[in-house]
Design a protein around this ligand. Structure first.
Ligand code: NAD
Length: 503
C-alpha cells in the first residue's frame, strides 16, 4: 500500500466520529449542538467532498460560552500557578500523542501538505510548553521606587477573552493564541474559522483530557458574521485576539467599540523579499521559493513580492521559473507533495482571477498561471515577472502560491517599492553587505525582518505587523501584556507627607 493510501486509511478512522456526530461546540465542559439545532457543511478542498456537519452557532451559544468563561474566571485566575503549568504541559503531551491524527485531519480540512502539517502539530505542542513555563512569571512586574513610596507593578489577567482564528494553519495559530491566554489566567471562548473546524475540536478535547477545568476554555463554531460578530460584541468578553484579514479586523474594531474591547490583530501581508546582486544567490533562491510556495502560499508571512536587482534579474528570474515548474503539486496526504489545494472555491476563484489581472496589467506569467487537475482547488505554482509596483498583483494580498517579481536599480528604489504597500508584516533582505542590510532594515516598514534568512520563528521574540498588518505583538512577554492588566501599587514610607486640607 502506498504512503498516500495508508494515510487515507488512517484519516478515515479519525473522521468517522465527526461524520457520526458532526462537530459540536464545547461549552462548560459539555459537547453540545447549536441552540438552534442548525448546522453548516465543511468540505475538503481536495475533492470537494463533504467531511461533516458543523454546529452553526449564534448569539445564544456565544452567550452561554461567555457565561461559562465568566463563571470559571475567578477560579482559574487564582489557580495555583504550578498546577496551571502542569496542565499546560499535559496539553502539550496530549498534542504530541495525537500529532498524527491532528496533521491528517488538518491536511484534509485545509489542503495543506502533510510535510508541513506534521511539523505544525508539534509546533502547537511547543507553544503550550513555552507558555506553560512562563505561567509562573506571568504576574511579575517592576519596582519603581520614588523617594517616599515604593512603587511596584503587578499584572492581573484581563478576564474572559475571545479568540478568533483563520483557516490557514488553524491548529498552530489556535495554540499560539490560546496557550498564553490560559497561562496568563484568562478564560477563553474560541471561534475557529468555519472552513477548518476539525482540529479546534480535537484541541479542546485534549485540553479537557489533560485536566483543564470545564468552562475555562469554550469552543463555539459558526460563521464570522454570526458567532464571530456576537463574540466581539459580548459585554463579558474583555478582549479579542484576532487573526485574519485586515478588513475583518477593522469590522471587529467597530463591533467591539460599544463594549470598549481591547483588541489584538494579526492581519494580512504583502511582504517583500529584496535580493541585491551581492547576495548568496543560491541561498536566496531557496529562501524565496520556500517563503512563497510552502503552505500553499496561504501564509501571512509569505514573501509574495520579489524585488530583484536589475543586474542579476534576468538570470535569477530564469532560475526561479525553472524551479517553480518542478514544485510537486498533489494530494496533501502524500508525503511527497509540496503544494496542495487552496482552501475553498471562493478563494480559488480569487487567486486564479489574478492570472487574468496580471496579463491585462502587462505582467508576464513566467510559470504556472493555470489550474492543476480537474477536481479540487489546485493551482500550479505561479510566477509573475515584469511587474510594476502599482499593479494589483504587487499591491493586493493574493494568499496563494503566486509570486510577483519586480526589478529595481538602486537601494533607494528598492526601499521605495518595498514600502509602497498598505501592509507591513514581514520583510526579507538578501545582501553580503551587512551595513546595507542594517540600513535597509532600519527603514523598511515591517514588524519582522530577516536578513539572509527565511522566516525563522523564535518564540521569545515579538511577532506582529505594522500598518494594515496588525495591532499588537505576540510572543514572549508581549503575549502577557495583551492578556493582562498592569496594576500600580504605591507603598508609602514613614517620610511620605500627606497634603493636609482644612482644620
Ligand atoms: P477572515 O478575516 O475571513 O476570517 C478569520 C476569522 O474571522 C474566521 O474565524 C471568521 O469566521 C471570523 N470573522 C469573519 N467575519 C467576522 C466578523 N464580522 N466578526 C468576527 N469574526 C469574523 O480571514 P481568513 O480568510 O480566514 O484568513 C486569511 C487571512 O488571515 C489572510 O489575510 C492572512 O494574511 C491573515 N493571517 C494573518 C496572520 C498574522 O499573523 N498576521 C496569520 C495568519 C493569517
Amino acid at each position: 500500500m502506498s504512503d498516500l493510501d495508508q494515510n487515507l486509511q488512517k484519516l478515515s478512522g479519525h473522521l468517522s466520529r465527526f461524520q457520526e456526530t458532526g462537530i459540536l461546540n464545547q461549552i462548560a465542559g459539555q459537547a453540545v449542538p447549536a441552540y438552534s439545532g442548525e448546522t453548516f457543511e465543511t468540505r475538503s478542498p481536495v475533492d470537494e467532498s463533504l467531511i461533516c456537519a458543523v454546529a452553526k452557532s449564534g448569539t445564544a451559544d456565544i452567550d452561554a460560552a461567555a457565561q461559562a468563561a465568566k463563571q470559571t474566571f475567578p477560579a482559574w485566575r487564582d489557580f495555583p500557578l504550578t498546577e496551571r503549568k502542569k496542565i499546560l504541559h499535559a496539553i502539550a503531551d496530549g498534542i504530541v500523542a495525537r500529532a498524527e491524527e491532528i496533521a491528517l485531519c488538518e491536511c484534509w480540512d485545509t489542503g495543506q501538505a502533510l510535510r508541513f502539517m506534521s511539523k505544525a502539530a508539534l509546533r502547537g505542542a511547543e507553544n503550550f510548553r513555552f507558555f506553560a513555563d512562563r505561567a509562573l512569571s506571568a504576574r511579575d512586574g517592576h519596582s519603581l521606587p520614588s523617594p517616599t513610596l515604593l512603587n511596584i507593578t503587578t499584572r492581573v489577567p484581563i478576564g474572559p477573552v475571545g479568540i478568533i482564528t483563520p483557516w490557514n494553519t488553524p491548529f498552530m495559530l489556535s495554540t499560539w493564541k490560546i496557550a498564553p491566554a490560559l497561562a496568563a489566567g484568562c478564560t477563553v471562548v474560541h471561534k475557529p474559522a468555519e472552513f477548518s473546524p476539525l482540529t479546534a475540536r480535537i484541541l479542546i478535547e485534549i485540553a479537557e483530557d489533560a485536566g483543564l477545568p470545564p468552562g475555562v476554555w469554550n469552543l463555539v463554531n459558526g460563521l464570522g458574521e454570526h458567532a464571530g460578530k456576537s463574540l466581539t460584541e459580548h459585554p463579558d468578553i474583555k478582549a479579542i485576539a484576532f487573526v485574519g484579514e485586515s478588513r475583518t479586523g477593522s469590522m471587529i474594531m467597530r463591533q467591539g467599540a460599544e463594549t470598549l474591547k481591547r483588541v489584538h490583530f494579526e492581519l494580512g501581508g504583502k511582504n517583500p523579499v529584496v535580493v541585491f546582486d551581492d547576495a548568496d544567490l543560491d541561498r536566496a533562491l531557496d529562501a524565496v521559493i520556500f517563503m512563497i510556495y510552502s503552505l500553499n502560499g496561504e501564509r501571512c508571512t509569505s514573501s509574495s513580492r520579489l524585488l530583484v536587482q536589475e543586474t542579476i534579474a534576468e538570470a535569477f528570474e530564469a532560475k526561479l521559473a525553472e524551479r517553480v515548474k518542478t514544485i510537486n503539486v498533489g494530494h496533501p496526504l502524500d508525503p511527497a507533495t509540496e503544494v496542495g489545494p487552496l482552501i475553498h472555491k471562493t478563494h480559488f476563484d480569487k487567486v486564479t482571477s489574478y492570472f487574468r489581472i496580471a496579463e491585462k496589467d502587462g505582467a508576464k506569467i513566467a510559470a504556472g498561471g493555470t489550474r492543476f487537475g480537474k477536481q479540487g482547488y489546485f493551482v500550479n505554482p505561479t510566477l509573475f515577472t515584469g511587474a510594476k509596483s502599482q499593479m494589483a498583483i504587487a499591491q493586493e494580498e493574493i494568499f496563494g502560491p503566486v509570486l510577483t517579481c519586480i526589478r529595481f536599480s538602486s537601494e533607494e528604489e528598492a526601499l521605495e517599492i518595498a514600502n509602497d504597500v498598505d501592509y507591513g508584516l514581514t520583510g526579507y533582505v538578501w545582501t553580503a553587505d551587512m551595513t546595507r542590510g542594517l540600513r535597509f532594515t532600519n527603514q523598511l516598514e515591517a514588524g519582522m525582518i530577516w536578513v539572509n534568512s527565511e522566516n525563522v520563528r523564535h518564540l521569545p521574540t515579538p511577532f506582529g505587523g505594522i500598518k494594515a498588518s496588525g495591532i499588537g505583538r505576540d510572543g514572549g512577554d508581549w503575549s502577557f501584556d495583551f492578556y493582562m492588566e498592569h496594576k500600580h501599587i504605591g507603598l508609602a514610607t514613614g517620610e511620605h507627607k500627606i497634603p493636609r486640607l482644612g482644620g
